[in-house]
Ligand binder design. Structure first.
Ligand SMILES: [Zn+2]
Length: 493
């Protein structure tokens, strides 16, 4: 048996080219002879017809985008049925449940060895799209100028199709796995996941008992000034959504009182608006800033290399909030005042006024301590109700899966920036970090940043090239992390 040589990556490239030319069948035979060079392709990559798998993924993404899963109301059962048809045709057992009428969830499992299972998770629902601002029907799945257009192209039907492609390739290859691999598509992420991932964790906990790792949306690649940067999301700010109410004597608008519910609320909101939540840089955030420092002009570049020191300088925190609100939010607890109301009628002083605030806590914040701070800021006259609050958690980067993702990403994009990432927003990953599952946000696509057509934007789109390359990367990650390597020959070479 030929030991691997430095030329092996060239061999792999040659194979990829040959497969792209549609002569994978020949290579399948070559693989069976199991020479060292072929072995290097890995047991799955060596037998799969990559070009055909990529074609299939592009076609399926178009089909998937055309399925209306706009949330509200969701109707994710249509997406679940789409996957069910595919699993049926492939002979893969699956389960499908509705958490509520129309709110479908589906999963399938490839059995492997005893190592902790890998869960490939994505949500089927998409946010609404206003067709007036699109250059195409938002659910068209149309290909134009090398891009697939449609709501969900980035968030997050592409990641579902990439998971599916990798999952099907593992199944079709028949290669033994050293861990179970689970494909799961859920409802309702865009509204908090309570009919999707959250529902499954609560009602079907046995599904996750042997799961050690989760791949989900939340991280991935961007292209800034021609430079590729990749982030793997390891933690996120923790949402705490609060409803605040005040009460007071009602009356007629023509006879103002000294103080009433609405004025009490306005005063409390003003205290919140001007309150300074103390900045605190957790290690994952420090690393995040350091990793992306090179993409920013001075003085930010120098400041981001040591963000903890930089924000101690007077005025820098406020400057950062103006420069990049998405980075500023990673430095402290925050609240946005988003909804409020009082009287139904203009001439009535209402007995009650209310506001809702969207607060996001640092990933290691003790929520009870923060709620005490909020009570002090808002004052005793304000009643606080927690509408939604999650537990904080960070996933370690010291895992085989993280190393495999890094390896595959940097082989595909040599010289790319690759860093662990903290998200200001949230995904379904928190449900699984709560269970102690190592959860990464990672999508193997590199999307131009600052471009129109982004997540939740108009003309949301993904390049065909990204989908095709994403299929290869997903397959490489699955192969290296889940496939059992063939036993070495007796001579041990
Ligand atoms: Zn999403």
């Amino acid at each position: 048996m030929t030991p691997p040589t430095p030329t092996s990556s060239l061999t792999r490239l040659a194979r990829t080219l040959l497969l792209a030319l549609g002569i994978g069948g020949v290579l399948t035979c070559v693989h069976v002879t199991a020479t060292g060079a072929q072995e290097d392709a890995g047991p799955v990559m060596g037998v799969v017809d990559l070009a055909a798998l990529q074609d299939e993924a592009v076609r399926r993404l178009q089909e998937y985008i055309r399925i209306n899963t706009v949330n509200p109301p969701g109707n994710e059962i249509r997406g679940a049925e789409f996957f069910a048809r595919i699993f049926e045709a492939e002979g893969i057992p699956y389960e499908m449940v509705e958490s509520a009428p129309g709110r479908g969830n589906i999963w399938a499992r490839l059995e492997g060895g005893d190592e902790p299972a890998l869960l490939l998770l994505h949500h089927m629902d998409v946010v609404p799209a206003d067709a007036r601002y699109w250059s195409t029907d938002p659910l068209s799945g149309e290909i134009r100028d090398g891009h697939i257009y449609g709501r969900g192209a980035l968030d997050t039907k592409t990641s579902g199709i990439l998971h599916l492609a990798g999952f099907l390739a593992l199944h079709r290859s028949g290669v033994p796995l050293r861990r179970d691999v689970i494909f799961m598509a859920t409802a309702d992420e865009e509204a908090g996941g309570f009919y999707g991932a959250g529902w499954l964790v609560a009602h079907r906990p046995e599904l996750f008992e042997d799961v050690g790792f989760l791949l989900n949306e939340g991280g991935g690649g961007g292209v800034v000034d021609g430079k590729v940067q990749f982030g793997v999301e390891v933690t996120q700010k923790v949402p705490y959504w609060l409803r605040l109410t005040t009460q007071g004597t009602p009356g007629h608008g023509s006879r103002p009182l000294v103080s009433y519910a609405a004025t009490e609320l306005i005063a409390a909101l003003e205290r919140l608006r001007t309150h300074r939540f103390e900045p605190r840089i957790i290690p994952a955030v420090a690393e995040h800033f350091r990793g992306f420092a090179g993409d920013h002009p001075e003085p930010w570049r120098s400041r981001f290399r040591d963000i903890a020191a930089a924000i101690r300088e007077p005025g820098v925190l406020e400057e950062l909030q103006a420069y990049d609100p998405g980075l500023h939010t990673l430095t402290r607890n925050t609240c946005s005042i988003t909804r409020f109301g009082a009287s139904e009628k203009i001439n009535v002083i209402s007995p009650e006024a209310w506001a809702e605030v969207d607060c996001r806590l640092l990933p290691d914040q003790d929520p009870e301590a923060w709620l005490r701070e909020m009570r002090t800021v808002l004052g005793p006259e304000v009643e606080i109700k927690v509408l939604m609050g999650f537990n904080p958690a960070v996933s370690s980067t010291d895992t085989e899966l993280y190393r495999v993702i890094r390896e595959v990403t940097l082989e595909t994009f040599p010289g790319a920036n690759f860093v662990p990432q903290v998200q200001g927003g949230f995904t379904d990953s928190h449900f699984f970090r709560d269970l102690g599952i190592v959860s990464y946000g990672y999508n193997p696509v590199a999307v131009p940043q600052g471009d129109a057509g982004g997540v939740h934007g108009n003309d949301e789109r993904i390049s065909v090239e990204n989908v095709r390359r994403g299929v290869t990367m997903t397959l490489q990650i699955l192969e290296r992390f889940a496939a059992r390597r063939p036993a070495g020959p007796p001579d041990g070479s």
